[in-house]
Design a protein around this ligand. Sequence first.
Ligand SMILES: C[S@@+](CC[C@H](N)C(=O)[O-])C[C@H]1O[C@@H](n2cnc3c(N)ncnc32)[C@H](O)[C@@H]1O
Length: 327
Amino acid sequence: MPVSILVVMVRCGFTACPRKSQFCLCSRGYATAFYYATSLHKKNFNGDDDMLMELIKHNGRPALFARGNCNFWDDEHTSKLLLEAHLNPDWDAASRRPATIDRTVDWIEEKFLGRDGAKILDLGCGPGLYAQRLAKKGYAVTGMDFSRRSIAYARERAAEEGLGIEYIYSNYLELDCEEAYDLVMLIYCDVGALTDSERDRLFPAVYRALKPGGTFIFDVLSDKCLAGVKEKRDWELLEKGFWAGEPHLALTESFVYQDDKVSLSQTLVVREEGRVDLHRIYTHYYNENELVGLLVKHGFDDAKTYAGLIEEDNFVGNRILFASGRK
Ligand SMILES: C[S@@+](CC[C@H](N)C(=O)[O-])C[C@H]1O[C@@H](n2cnc3c(N)ncnc32)[C@H](O)[C@@H]1O
């Protein structure tokens, strides 16, 4: 899943425009987009206008790993669509399908757990699909996510089912605890969505959070996917869509940083009142050796990779690599 939103939308398997209205206009070339945008809000498109200058500023290849200015996971509108996607059993969008999650949880248990009461931290837990399953198997689970909506849903479900799962609304890049967990997991290619410096901040924090002998598990997109990623540009003028629940113009562009094995899906969202949101979703593709090297670099022992675990996932399942390392 790219849900890397294109990544999420792509990694999450969304189309660029999940809910096109009849007024949706798609074409290549930003010039035409600007023409239509003037009818969105004329006063904001004068040549010397701040908003236009903001758009022009982003016309070109961004420096690798330069970040955007907003978090779609926690956006009031987009998080609603994402939660629907997480919970759709027929769609490998924000979460994998139930049968795949069942198999992954069984694999995690057989390979890395097997002791009732072991403490698990699920980073980027979303609505708790893995956490619920693991709690039902008798593990003490904490889920952490910075989507308010997903955490609220996960807490409700846990309460309904009488599961004592702890859910924390927090940015996992701020993770700060010592020797607390037997297993830390980060599932659905989120390591690949981090910049290298974020990743190199997270891995030591995960290491610290693990008890001695504890395991870190994550998955990424294999670098075999990179050949299929093309640079392109598109735009849409919508009454409402994935990025906003109000009229907006979405300018989407993808970039490939071949030497770094990274792709970027960038979307500029322009609203009627002139606000410009800049979404940047990176996907860093890895091979087995790089994953092992990364784990070793951060002090993990017994670094291993696993291919072919996700078979029928419609988000390039056979190109997913899992990795594990032990403290
Ligand atoms: C692709 S979804 C996967 C959700 C879940 N792991 C699953 O597979 O069902 C990524 C999740 O990570 C969360 N997330 C992304 N970056 C995060 C961060 N820095 N801190 C906390 N949560 C984050 C998002 O809000 C989202 O719920």
